[in-house]
Ligand binder design. Structure first.
Ligand SMILES: Cc1cc2nc3c(=O)[nH]c(=O)nc-3n(C[C@H](O)[C@H](O)[C@H](O)COP(=O)(O)OP(=O)(O)OC[C@H]3O[C@@H](n4cnc5c(N)ncnc54)[C@H](O)[C@@H]3O)c2cc1C
Length: 481
């Protein structure tokens, strides 16, 4: 073993001797990896293929004790530190160049108490892991629409998906969390303990410590839900989007319908001559009696002249993974996102124009339909600031070849700019790419100041800085000078 050179928080290389490394290895129950070790490349590879960074050291933790050791090691040597759970974040902060990566992906346990309707979840669990365990008892936590996403990053940013309109954001079901602070202390955050921290981690991301356990309330869902896709020719999109807007305006909280615009993938239920042509997809899910769902979805399903309608009863776990084939890891991805409280004609025109100039076969525009139960919570009740949005638009440029980078990112930025006049100004922190650091303060709005103070209390040295970063301000002790 030779001396390891590792990046510090101050941008310098620090030498770590074999003895020091051996000492760390002896304290850790999980696995320690360097370049060339088996498993190293898998651990550093994340969902967004644009991110290709090589940490000097990866600690794959087996439990909270390993996290404590890894943080202590990082503090002692002032190391640049990245935290990885599901590895899905578009900005790629889960992995750092030359520093220390704390990898939680091996901690993926989920325990369910079906009587108390509670689940205890480790940070490396994916949405699929969680749904599999909870759906065995007809229960669920509201999460996102791609089952390979990590529960940790999703929850810390807010979390929304098919059942949010009925049961709120993921954070609205969070009861408590075990957090290892920058000082290496394990604390519990809940409505009764460390309330400030509990407020901050519900939307404030990975700024405040490393979460090693989440406790969620569960809700009755499924096991089948009325769900599926209605696929339309894109030439009708402008008219259809206006009709969609009217239909979802009055939708009950049980109904969620997202609009997705892209070139048609080769889905088995689409006639082959439609593959590769632009389409508008209405993706819907109704929670409750499927017969009632058939009645409630009728207005949306009778719009226009669809190419295909595959709405029907599906197992909720299957529906949770319905978009997985389109969102598989490894492609190059760049996102731009706005919160919208409506879909004004101007926004529809800009979106339709952009879809006519899609930069690749896999690029798409998602209009996520939110609101409902998530808007019953006050904007300052948790760190998640934007409770009133009716839609979240995600401009998703996705392509394969590095030579298309500038063309594809320019397309996303153009649509983002064209729709900006119609947006609320806030945005979902989990959809922000790595070049939006200056936007962080704005998107948290009135909650930013409190976040910065709590950051000042729990992480004054900004050890956890590879994230959508909240800059610490000195913590007030409550004593008057
Ligand atoms: C294809 C795709 C679809 C998506 N769909 C949805 C959706 O429907 N709804 C939705 O709400 N979001 C969605 N997202 C966004 C998703 O919520 C974020 O990407 C989220 O950050 C992923 O969490 P992760 O654990 O997989 O990510 P990671 O990349 O592992 O982590 C992201 C960041 O979170 C922090 N972090 C991670 N784990 C911890 C921890 N244990 N303790 C403290 N900090 C931690 C770190 O700062 C890290 O950089 C989607 C993302 C993708 C790529």
């Amino acid at each position: 073993m030779s001396t390891l050179s590792i990046m510090t928080l101050h941008g310098q290389e620090a030498p770590i001797s074999p003895e020091v490394l051996l000492e760390l290895t002896s304290k850790v129950g999980g696995k320690i990896m360097q370049k060339g070790d088996p498993g190293y490349d898998d651990a550093r590879r994340i969902w967004n293929g644009m991110v290709d960074r090589s940490p000097a050291l990866i600690v794959r933790c087996a439990g909270s004790a390993d996290v404590v050791q890894a943080i202590a090691f990082a503090r002692q040597h002032q190391l640049l530190l990245a935290v990885r759970s599901g590895g899905h974040n578009i900005a790629g902060n889960a992995v750092c160049e030359g520093g220390l990566m704390i990898d939680l992906s091996g901690m993926m346990g989920v325990r369910v108490d079906p009587v108390a309707k509670k689940a205890w979840v480790e940070p490396g669990a994916t949405l699929a892991d969680l749904d599999r365990e909870t759906q065995a008892f007809g229960l669920a936590v509201p999460t996102g629409i791609n089952s390979t996403t990590g529960i940790a990053g999703l929850t810390l940013g807010g979390g929304f998906g098919w059942i949010t309109r009925k049961f709120g954001l993921t954070i609205d079901s969070l009861v408590s969390a075990d957090v290892i602070t920058a000082e290496g202390k394990l604390v519990r955050a809940s409505a009764e303990e460390n309330e400030d921290l509990f407020w901050a981690i519900r939307g404030g991301g990975g700024n405040f410590g490393i979460v090693t356990g989440f406790e969620f309330n569960l809700h009755p869902v499924g096991p089948e839900v009325l769900s599926g896709l209605v696929v339309h020719p894109f030439e009708d999109a402008a008219k259809l989007l206006k009709q969609y807007r009217a239909a979802v305006d009055n939708a009950p909280e049980e109904l969620t319908c997202w609009a997705v615009m892209r070139r048609a993938p080769p889905l088995p239920f689409l006639p082959t001559d439609w593959h590769g042509r632009e389409v508008l997809i209405l993706a819907m899910c109704y929670l409750g009696d499927p017969a009632e769902g058939a009645r409630v979805t009728q207005e949306l399903r009778s719009l226009g002249k669809p190419i295909a309608d595959v709405v029907g009863p599906h197992r909720f776990v299957d529906w949770q993974g319905a978009f997985d084939p389109l969102l598989s890891p490894g492609a190059r991805n760049y996102w731009k996102s706005h919160d919208l409280d409506g879909l004004p004609d101007g926004a529809i025109e800009a979106i339709v124009d952009a879809v006519h100039t899609l930069p690749s076969d896999e690029a798409e525009v998602f209009i996520a339909h939110v609101g409902g139960a998530m808007s019953h919570v006050a904007p300052d009740a948790t760190a998640f600031p934007q409770r009133r949005s009716h839609f979240v638009m995600n401009v998703h440029a996705r392509w394969r070849d590095r030579k298309d980078d500038s063309h594809c990112t320019a397309w996303a930025r153009h649509l983002f700019g064209a729709t900006e006049p119609f947006a609320t100004g806030s945005a979902y922190v989990n959809f922000m790419p790595d070049d939006e650091t200056e936007r962080v303060e704005k998107i948290y709005g009135l909650n930013y100041r409190r976040l910065a103070e709590i950051k000042g209390q729990y992480d004054p040295d900004n050890v956890f800085r590879l994230n959508q970063n909240i800059r610490p301000v000195p913590h007030h002790t409550g004593h008057l000078a």
